[in-house]
Design a binder for this molecule. Sequence first.
Ligand code: SAM
Length: 283
Amino acid sequence: MNYRHIFHAGNFADVFKHLLLARALEYFKQKDKPYFVLDTHGGIGYYDLQGDEAIRTAEAEQGIVRFAEQAANEPLARHYLKIVDSLNASEDNLRYYPGSPVITSEFLRDNDRLVVCELHKEDAETLKQTPLGKNKQVQILAPVDGYQAMRAQLPPRQKRGLVLIDPPFENTSEFDDVVSALKHGLKRWQSGSFAVWYPIKDELKTAAFHRDVAAVTGMPKTLIIELNIRTNDERKGLHGCGFLWVNPPFGVVQDSEQLLPFLCKILAQDKGANFHSRWLVSE
Ligand code: SAM
């Protein structure tokens, strides 16, 4: 396990992921009934963008730094940016960035619940030491394999909610692991919303992943949302990413249509930037 999210925190992919995550949680909150979130690959929660690792890649400069400067007036980004701002209230620059469990925790009401998993031993310890470790609505399972936790945690008592699956994709088997996890997760919780973030490195691999998911028997409606910020050039690192979203909240379907062109305009690095959303499996 070499992947450490601190090298990538706040990059374009985090902005894409966390903005849509925040929109989804906003919709879960609109109903009184409590909801449940399982974050299978939680990371360390809080990221110092002025730390050595983040400075070395400076990925946040082309991500949250750009986005925060240009998206302040976008109503659909307000809550997400407010959470980022709240960590930096006394800082001149944007220094601290919230990971997915921190963002989710900001949406929890008294009866809502978040379970976060992290397998990397050191990162697991770091996550436990954050304020999330003392939050009564948050349960941190670490070091624990998020895929295993899906078996133990689903279906949740709350009956509605989201599973966020955000793996590092450092193993060649990761796409297959996700397909298998979705298959078993849906057997346990057919009405659950499952959001899988994935990198776009090789279009053929992405297409195979989509095909494998669509072939899972009884697959509920599934949305694909993708953003490419530049022309594919391996030397420059990741150029695109997507969400494969099973049972997406209706509002997210609508919001993604509005947010994708907006994200693409702000985060684009060359003329090869593009975006799209489509149903992989429709009702
Ligand atoms: N979701 C986080 C966020 O948005 O802030 C970032 C997660 S990062 C992309 C992936 C994380 O998964 C890493 O911290 C890595 O150590 C952890 N990880 C890798 N394999 C795992 C597994 N099988 N179960 C749980 N965590 C795992």
